[in-house]
Design a protein. Structure first.
Ligand SMILES: C[S@@+](CC[C@H](N)C(=O)[O-])C[C@H]1O[C@@H](n2cnc3c(N)ncnc32)[C@H](O)[C@@H]1O
Length: 388
């Protein structure tokens, strides 16, 4: 191995070492991103909840190991873990993964050097948890994950190509996720739904279906925690959650329609302008309240440096669990009405007073998830503005 200046860090109960680098990039000799600590903390909570629900020893695959931090933390910090397999295509990464396993004095962690898809094809049915945390898009690896994933397992997926999923660039999204994005004010939620829809359609080829237990969009990445189950009939049933979100950029009305190839309305029912469609995407549940509540409770049992951030995010996702798809952005609506935005609390009160749901969202501090129509939201904003 080349001589590198070594850096040591600690996350949770785990210490690792890796070659120091100037800039976080895929060009570093071994990849370690401190900004993903929250992602790893949440993964520990989610996998622990999964393990407790299953009440059995679980084997985990850390498919893109890098420094080994993820797989090593899973073995070190989650109860009921059998074997962890850490895979990475890079020999240097493998060297530091082995080094860090020794540093933490751990057994039952195996290191592999394969292309991720080849590795999953070789290990069919061997894992209870598959963690896919690649550079950029997970798309090329999902087919092999669908082939490998066993019945009643957990699939954890990261995507960092948010510009594609959010629709900044349309073509890469079509290319990678076979879906048309749309860059609306709620494009991060659309992105999560496109990713979940693509996983569902990919796994369906293998007679497997997903239940989304938790999902979030944070900084430069999106993350999904999915139960994988098996059975062609239920797979067909669950695919009915695939559909489209249609958006009117004139009056900001939006609507959803389920069905992969069902006819979709083209004209906005509110103002008569043309609707823009995003999808196919997942219109089923993207936050599961019981699972998230268990993750929150699990924070008591773990040493997590990012606990405050983790709890803030988890509580927000918990609230979102029963909310409808998409959300309104108060500033965007007020701008289109040429009025200044009333206080957020007043808007929430007013929506709820009239019997509608009004829920904050982790996607945007100015976002409101509501079952009220855009016409009604505009009416509330206008009257609040008048009375100020
Ligand atoms: C984003 S990093 C992984 C970070 C790690 N999961 C963590 O939490 O720190 C991606 C890793 O995937 C490896 N890699 C890239 N292409 C691969 C492939 N086709 N198969 C397996 N590993 C690959 C890279 O060497 C790199 O270490």
């Amino acid at each position: 191995m080349d001589e590198y200046k070594i850096k040591s860090i600690e996350e949770g109960l785990t210490k690792i070492e890796f070659p120091e680098f100037d800039k976080i990039s895929s060009d570093a000799p071994v990849f370690y991103n401190p900004n993903m600590e929250l992602n790893r903390d949440l993964s520990i909570l989610a996998i622990q909840v999964f393990q407790k629900n299953e009440q059995r020893e679980i084997n985990i695959c850390d498919l893109f190991g890098g420094s080994g931090i993820r797989g090593i933390r899973y073995k070190n910090e989650i109860d009921g873990v059998g074997t962890v397999c850490i895979n990475d295509i890079s020999e240097t990464a493998n060297f530091y993964e082995r080094h860090n396993i020794k540093l933490n004095d751990l057994n039952d962690i195996e290191v592999f050097q394969h292309d991720a898809s080849m590795f999953l094809r070789m290990k069919r049915g061997e894992f209870d948890v598959i963690d896919i945390d690649p550079f950029g898009t997970p798309s090329p690896f999902l087919d092999s994950a669908g082939y490998c994933a066993r019945r009643n397992s957990l699939l954890c997926v990261t995507a960092t190509d948010t510009s594609a999923l959010c629709g900044t660039y349309k073509e890469p999204c079509i290319r990678k996720y076979n879906a048309k994005p749309y860059k609306s004010e709620y494009c991060h939620e659309t992105g999560i739904r496109i990713l979940a829809g693509f996983v569902a359609l990919t796994l369906a080829k293998y007679g497997k279906y997903i239940e989304v237990k938790m999902s979030h969009s944070t900084e430069h990445y999106m993350r999904l925690y999915l139960y994988v189950k098996k059975g062609p009939k239920k797979t067909d049933e669950r695919l009915k959650n695939i559909g489209y979100i249609s958006h009117c950029k004139h009056c900001l009305h939006r609507q959803t329609s389920k069905g992969l190839a069902s006819p979709i309305e083209d004209v906005c029912p509110v103002c008569g302008e043309k609707l823009i469609h995003a999808g196919p995407l997942w219109l089923g549940e993207i936050q599961n309240s019981e699972f998230i509540q268990n993750m929150i409770e699990e924070t008591e049992n773990k040493k997590i440096n990012k606990e405050k951030e983790a709890l803030k995010l988890l509580n927000s996702c918990l609230n979102e669990a029963n909310a409808p798809a998409t959300f309104y952005d108060v500033h965007k609506i007020c701008k289109s009405m040429k009025i200044s935005a009333p206080k957020l609390d007043l808007i929430f009160d007013e929506i709820e007073k009239n019997g509608h749901i009004a829920i904050k969202t982790h996607y945007n501090p100015l976002g409101i998830k509501s079952d009220a129509s855009i016409k009604y939201i505009r009416h509330i904003l206008f009257s609040l503005c008048e009375s100020e």
